[in-house]
Design a protein around this ligand. Sequence first.
Ligand SMILES: NC(=O)c1ccc[n+]([C@@H]2O[C@H](COP(=O)([O-])OP(=O)(O)OC[C@H]3O[C@@H](n4cnc5c(N)ncnc54)[C@H](O)[C@@H]3O)[C@@H](O)[C@H]2O)c1
Length: 482
Amino acid sequence: MTLRVVQVGAGGMGRAWLATVAADPDVELVGIVDLDLDAARAGAAVAGDPTIPVGTDLTALATETGAEAVLDITVPVAHHPVTLEALRAGLPVLGEKPAAQTVAEALSLAAAAEATGKLFMVSQSRRYNDHLVAFRQHVRGLGGVGGLSTRFAKAPHFGGFREEMDDVLLLDMAIHAFDSARYVLERDPVSVYCESWNPAWSWYRGDAAAAAVFTFEDDVRYVYDGSWCAPGAETSWNGDWRASGPAGTALWDGDHDPWSDLDGTPGAPDAAPSVGNEIAGALASFVRAVRSGERPDGEVHGNVMSLTMVDAAIASARTGRRIVIDEVLEQAHATALKDEQDEAIRERLASWGSVRTVAVCVDNGRRTPQRRGPRCCSSRPTPAVAPGGRRGAGSSSVSSSPPSSGARRSPRRARSSRSASRRASPSVTRRRTPPHWRGSSSNRPWWTRSPIPTLPSPNGSQRAHDWPTRSPASCGRAPRSG
Ligand SMILES: NC(=O)c1ccc[n+]([C@@H]2O[C@H](COP(=O)([O-])OP(=O)(O)OC[C@H]3O[C@@H](n4cnc5c(N)ncnc54)[C@H](O)[C@@H]3O)[C@@H](O)[C@H]2O)c1
């Protein structure tokens, strides 16, 4: 049976999604929503059926067409309101990256997914790449990993909003590399020092180049060196990757098969199953997750940390200080709590003891802090795989938000946070698993086990969560950017 979806947003990336949906036999497009009706109509043509219903009201069109799920391919500032409306309408959502415009909004959406019992998956499409999966297999063969780096050099002339926005490289593109680094390292970040700048010949208004050093758990370093103003000898869109460990080095040029050199011997790790290709892989994963109840890669809780890396890097670039990731998370959590006006969502937010514990990895309902093995942020996407409340006006965009709490620290506090961050690594991995993260005999996804309050549906009736409760079966090519 096909999954009936309404797509919201029929712009540049929206058209790529429409073509992908049309090519997927497991999905049926039943409606297109866009503030710009002409864009929606043009989208229907791209989808191959100009008679597909279009509109500007998501809830109305979804109800009219009997939609079972929503694709949110709007601009980042609209991700929170559109996704929240869909979740409150009782519909699972697959949304384009970033999860939301700010980390606070992303946390609010994670809490909304809990409160409604509906899946919200972020399509971090570059994880759906068999070369990336193979690269991680090579990295696993290095006998441990001490450092990972990405060099990204392109020179695209996009025109439009990208050439006007602040922090364009970090905001629009770097999240892909940051998210892939979490996947490859199978760890989460602890702190970052970042500088960003705009080369003299830049055609962007905001900083189009950045260099960041992240400290990950276990004192592992991730170095990102990127530019969108680097004509000549450009890297692939995924960038050039290099990882080193005691047994050797693994390399990936972002376009071809990765390889490793184990001190003179070529690495030959086990092949991993295919994860599909970019947004087609993410869509297949989403459909499978909606049908089976399995937790897909990109489920919002596990994705928040990638957005936090962007926010922390920008805060560091603006303040010249090293930023502790947990401080950004805690600040975002405080903002989310302050701004949230929906009581059920607020309750979920308030129930989180530590945001890191919520935002880092869950593995089919089990936080797995003691072992170094795969976790949600790092587990590969499963092969061929996974309306109403209004927020206060207080949340601000990443690009316009004031520096995070970390950014406002005094130098002394910055130093103590630095040593705290060094200590954070082992403590993070030793942290006791909170009760609601522990696996149960039913082995159901954790959000189906914890008591989930009902939210009033738009027509006023109460709608209990209907996320499947069976046990788990178990950026883009130029000219589009990130
Ligand atoms: N994964 C990738 O490789 C990749 C590549 C490019 C863009 N993206 C992401 O895709 C998303 C869309 O980017 P784009 O380039 O298509 O933007 P775009 O501006 O071309 O299109 C956005 C569309 O959404 C519509 N829209 C905006 N707000 C809306 C709302 N509240 N309700 C209904 N419609 C609304 C606009 O009218 C427009 O048609 C962004 O989040 C972007 O970061 C991802």
